[in-house]
Design a protein around this ligand. Structure first.
Ligand SMILES: Nc1ncnc2c1ncn2[C@@H]1O[C@H](COP(=O)(O)OP(=O)(O)O)[C@@H](O)[C@H]1O
Ligand SMILES: [Mg+2]
Length: 211
């Protein structure tokens, strides 16, 4: 299964979420690959000194689609982190994906700026002639707010892309754990952050299996 995390907007949590999903999946003993297709190489640089038994890291540029296809049979899960702004790389990654996650911060400005990404996502599905499950993921949600219902309505009015039920809150653990090359799950198994990433993994696996 190939999962691409994408959003043309920088800073919405693509790399943080990709690393947490890949590390969490590898920790469950799945053969896991993380393809870092962003030339900033955030994932590679953060994780390269922390080797994990089931996690393989790859770098890609415009060849991201062919690399993922080549690796597909070798791994149970492949997670692709994509760059902001490079339409071409995003397009290539989406085209070979089985699942697309679009991390998004819960603000009207960020939601509106996802338009280009959503347009590309729809265009890719038309071009490849298959439906690719695509979902928004709310990230950096303030744990003390209750605006989720309002945000859900706001998103539904603009886009037909659904929102994952799981969401990631704004927590220091997301930055702190990666300083040690760990996902929030490995960093502190019983933390709130670990629970939300575990729920996200379960939801993604469930949606994929149910289709
Ligand atoms: N859920 C979160 N809670 C706290 N900080 C976060 C969270 N998600 C991302 N961040 C922080 O936000 C910044 C941007 O995240 P990053 O994953 O690099 O985004 P992108 O890859 O989309 O540019 C980083 O400093 C990261 O540590
Ligand atoms: Mg990034």
């Amino acid at each position: 299964m190939i999962v691409t995390l994408t959003n043309q907007k920088g800073g919405c949590g693509k790399s943080t979420t990709t690393m947490n999903l890949a590390l969490g999946t590898a920790a469950l003993n799945y053969r896991t690959a993380l393809i870092d297709a962003d030339e900033q190489k955030s994932c590679i640089e953060t994780l390269q000194d922390h080797t994990k038994p089931n996690l393989n890291l790859y770098e890609a540029k415009k060849d991201v689609g062919s690399l993922a296809t080549k690796l597909k049979d070798k791994f149970d899960f492949i997670f692709i982190d994509t760059p902001p702004h490079s339409h071409h790389v995003m397009f290539q990654a989406m085209a070979v994906s089985d699942f697309i996650i679009i991390p998004l911060q819960a603000s009207p400005l960020d939601i509106r700026s996802a338009k280009r990404t959503i347009d590309a996502c729809e265009k890719v599905q038309k071009e490849v002639g298959r439906k690719i499950p695509s979902y928004f993921l709310l990230n950096r949600v303030n744990p003390r707010t209750t605006l989720s219902k309002e945000i859900g309505t706001y998103i539904r009015e603009l886009y037909s892309v659904p929102l994952l039920q799981s969401r990631l809150h704004n927590r220091v653990a997301y930055a702190q754990s990666l300083m040690h090359g760990k996902s929030v799950i490995e960093f502190s198994r019983s933390s709130d952050a670990a629970l939300e990433v575990t729920n996200l993994l379960k939801e993604v696996h469930r949606i994929f299996q149910d289709q």
